[in-house]
Design a protein around this ligand. Structure first.
Ligand SMILES: Cc1cc2nc3c(=O)[nH]c(=O)nc-3n(C[C@H](O)[C@H](O)[C@H](O)COP(=O)(O)OP(=O)(O)OC[C@H]3O[C@@H](n4cnc5c(N)ncnc54)[C@H](O)[C@@H]3O)c2cc1C
Length: 444
């Protein structure tokens, strides 16, 4: 069998490694336009900030691929002919496949703003973007970041560490308004303020202005303000990269349509990771998942199927984590940003405004826990998942909070305050803090 994988991101590489393990004799070729070797996309910002060197972004040594008989083609796949099982590469060669995985990832979403193609205007997705940002922000004094999501705050922090003033434009009234409730968004806003990063809420980009050399010199906002700057970072989201899929008869919508085995509409062609769109996502799951760990899970799942062990994809309980300057963030399960029918939440914040915990639970008895937001503290992943899966009542979770404690010094000081706050906010049946128990004692 010859398995060809387009894209050497976390999805493609996880699939390749899984198949290599399950099918030692399979021929496997990874095709990637961006870099000959797999690297950690999530660590791009640390290379810019000087915390890591470029070679440090590669989780595997360069000899690893040959050692594991994984063929690498550093080229763009420009056309897909599913009738003849052929992929055409930008170097003019063709690759014949028995099985094909499309793991082509995402690309930055642009909105057709006037001036978006000026020099010094870019998104941040891959290595060429990192190189462009490094070159174009050298020696400048101000950059405008458009977008109030995770990449927006990364770009602001990147500029900030190089002494460049970032001005952030956020469409919503608060930071990441679609995801974070107002209290959590306030904590992030505090990080912006402490780091002297001006944020303009309720503000969108209208136009980017260039100078006589075709280089950005200012942006104009929807509020009518002109902000002088020498660089613009567009962080307004990503969309599945469908360029190759669209050269073929593989069915696409917003992403490449796949069933629960991550099979596309065409036999022997699979798709996974950021570029895939689930035809029938399970209850509570989304159509398109654009996360590192879901890419890895999808790569592993499709790798099992391609390695002779057909396996359906189920993401399970939602999880995400990020860091906003110095503030760590974790979220588990169903944790909506605003009022949601049938769901209540308990919010506790430390007086320092650097630590907070929100526990979501069903509004009706038995008040089964549905999700968590943790800011500035770390919860144990497996404990949160088990509580959500077991539909543990909120009172039980509060009484055993110590079991989720990841930071040994933190919880013991604050559990009492959290429980006291909960009892004040929900005075029905007072919760009594229980002795710490191991997971086994709680779940059997
Ligand atoms: C700056 C940044 C920070 C992020 N931080 C986080 C984070 O903290 N946590 C998190 O969960 N997620 C994060 N993400 C998202 C995460 O990186 C992606 O969800 C994940 O990388 C998707 O993996 P993938 O393998 O599906 O696609 P990708 O990583 O996009 O890999 C696809 C590869 O395929 C190549 N390719 C595409 N088309 C072709 C073609 N025709 N021929 C050859 N090669 C092709 C692309 O060049 C690319 O290298 C971040 C993303 C970015 C951009």
């Amino acid at each position: 069998m010859h398995l060809v994988i387009i894209g050497n991101g976390i999805t493609g590489v996880t699939c390749a490694l899984t198949v290599r393990r399950l099918a030692p004799t399979a021929r496997i070729t990874l095709v990637s336009a961006e870099s000959p070797h797999h690297y950690s996309r999530t660590a791009l910002m640390y290379a810019y900030m000087g915390h890591l060197r470029l070679p440090d972004l590669k989780p595997y040594e360069d000899w690893f691929w040959e050692e594991n008989r994984l063929g690498l083609a550093h080229a763009t796949a420009t056309a897909l002919n599913t009738a003849e099982n052929l992929v055409t590469l930008s170097d003019g060669t063709t690759l014949a496949y028995d099985q094909l995985l499309l793991a082509t990832g995402s690309e930055s979403k642009l909105y057709g703003w006037p001036g978006q193609h000026l020099a010094g205007v870019q998104g941040l997705y891959g290595l060429p973007d990192l190189a462009a940002m490094t070159r174009d922000t050298h020696g400048i004094s101000r950059g405008v970041v458009v977008g109030g999501g995770l990449i927006g705050v990364e770009l602001a922090e990147m500029l900030h560490t190089r002494g460049i003033e970032p001005v952030v434009l956020v469409r919503d009234a608060r930071y990441w308004g679609a995801v974070l409730p107002p209290e959590e968004a306030n904590l992030v806003d505090r990080q912006f303020r402490e780091n002297h990063v001006p944020v303009r809420y309720n503000t969108e980009l209208r136009e980017i202005l260039g100078d006589e050399h075709g280089r950005v010199r200012a942006v104009v906002t929807t509020a009518g303000d002109e902000i002088a700057c020498q660089w613009v970072g567009l962080a307004t989201g990503v969309v599945p990269n469908l360029t190759l899929a669209k050269t073929s008869n593989v069915e696409v919508d917003k992403g490449i349509l796949v069933d629960e085995f991550l099979r596309t509409s065409v036999p022997n062609v699979f798709a996974a990771g950021d570029c895939a769109q689930h035809r029938r996502p399970a209850a509570g799951e989304v159509l398109i998942e654009q996360l590192w760990y879901t890419g890895r899970m999808q790569g592993e799942t499709v790798g099992h199927t391609l390695g002779g062990q057909p396996t359906t994809y189920r993401r399970g309980i939602w999880f995400n984590s990020a860091k906003f300057f110095n503030l760590e963030y974790q979220t588990y399960g169903q944790a909506p940003a605003g009022p949601t029918e049938g769901i209540s939440s308990f919010y506790w914040e430390h007086p320092s405004a650097r630590v907070a915990l929100r526990i979501y639970f069903g509004a009706a008895a038995p008040h089964a826990v549905t999700g968590f937001n943790a800011m500035g503290l770390r919860l144990r992943h497996e404990v949160c998942e088990k509580w959500i899966r077991a539909q543990a009542p909120a009172a039980t979770v509060l009484a055993h909070l110590g079991a989720a404690n990841f930071d040994p010094e933190f919880f013991p000081q604050h559990e009492k305050a959290m429980v006291a706050d909960f009892n004040r906010q929900f005075p029905g049946q007072p919760v009594v803090l229980k002795q710490r128990k191991g997971l086994r004692a709680m779940f059997g």
